[in-house]
Design a protein around this ligand. Sequence first.
Ligand code: SMG
Ligand code: MG
Length: 389
Amino acid sequence: MHSPLPHLRLRHVELHRIAMPLVVPFRTSFGVERERDVLILRVVGDATDADAGGETTEVEGWGECVALAEPTYSPEYVDGAQDVIVRHLLPTLLSGSDTVDAAEVGARLGHVHGHPMAKGALEMAILDAQLRAADRSFAAHLGATAERIPSGVSVGIFDEIDDLLAAVQGYVDDGYVRIKLKIEPGRDIEHVAAVRELIGPATPLQVDANTAYRRTDGEHLARLDALDLLLIEQPLPEEDVLGHARLAAEVETPICLDESLVSADTTADAIELGACEVANIKPGGVGGYLEAVRIHDLCRERGVPVWCGGMLETGIGRAANAGLAALPGFTLPGDISASTRFYARDIVTDPITIDDGHVTVPTAAGLGFEIDRAYVAEIGRIAHDISPT
Ligand code: SMG
Ligand code: MG
C-alpha cells in the first residue's frame, strides 16, 4: 500500500454540518443518541500527476469527522473538532504554496496536540481526493484483500430484557453474523445470558462497556466467562491500561480495547502490558485511516486479532470502514452494519447494505460513492468555506 499519489493543491475546504435522525435511539453506558450531528468535509483541489506529464485535474474529496455532539465518549466533540480544524489545522495546510499529500498530513499537523478525530477527517478528505485523481480505490490503496466482509451489529442498552431480545431477534433476522451488546452495571450478566439463550451457542456475541466498570469489578465481569463471548470491550476507563492488564489476568474472556487506543504507540504498549488481547480499531480515534493501517500491521505482527469499530457513520465513513476492514488482519467481524441500522436515508446515493450477513467492499475510485448533494443541503448547512490565505 501507500504507493505515491498525485499531490493536491487545495483550492478550498467546505465544512458541512448535517443533522441525521436515528431510526431508533441508541443507548450506551454514557448516554442516549437520538440524532447524529455530523461534521463532513469537502476538499476541492488540483491534482498534478507527474506520471501523466504534469497534467492537472480538479478533484474533490470527502471526509467525515466521527466526533459525537458531546464529549462523553471521547474528549473530542463536534463543535470542538470544527473549531480546531478551522483555527488550527486548516491554516497549517492552506498556508504558503505547498501542496498536500495525505501521507504527510499527520506529521504536518503534529504540532497540535490530540484531536485525532479532527485530524483524521482532514486526512480522509485529502486521501479521497488524491485517490479519485489517481482512479484508485481506498480499499486497494490501504492493502485490502477481501471483496466482502462479515457484518456485525451493535445493540444499545434496554431496561427490559424482553425489549432487548426483540431488538436482537430483529438484527438476527436481518442477517447480522455477530451481535455486540452495550452493557453497564445492572444491565449486564442477566441481559447477556438471555441474549445468549435466544441466539444459541453458535452466533458470535460480544459486549462493550464504554468504561462503565472499575478495577474492583473483576469477579463480577468473570461471570460473563460462562456465556462464551468473543470479547469484553473497554470495561475500564481509557487511562487505566494497567487495570485492563490485571482484568485480563482475572477474566478468561479476552479483553478488547477501544477508547484506550489512540495511536499505534499506545496500542503497542497496551499489547506489551497484556491489556489488549483484541483491538477495536477506530480510524477516527487514532487520527485517521493511515494510522489505523499501522495499528493493523502491528497487531498482525503480534498475533492480536483486530476488528473495525463504528461511530454511527454516514455513508462516507461507512464506505471507508468497509475498505479498511478488508485488510487481512481484520479477522473478527466489525461494527459495520447496513446504513439502515441507523438511518432511514443516507447522504450517499449508494449506501452500504448487507447481503447474507456481508458488506461488499466498494471498488470505485476514492471512497467509492457519490454524495447526494441535494440531501446534504436539505439536512445541513455549510458552516465554513475556507480558501488558502
Ligand atoms: O457505528 O455501529 C456503529 C456503532 C458502534 O457501538 C458502537 N460504537 O464504543 O464502540 C463504541 C461505540 C461508540 C459510539 S456510541 C454512540
Ligand atoms: Mg466501543
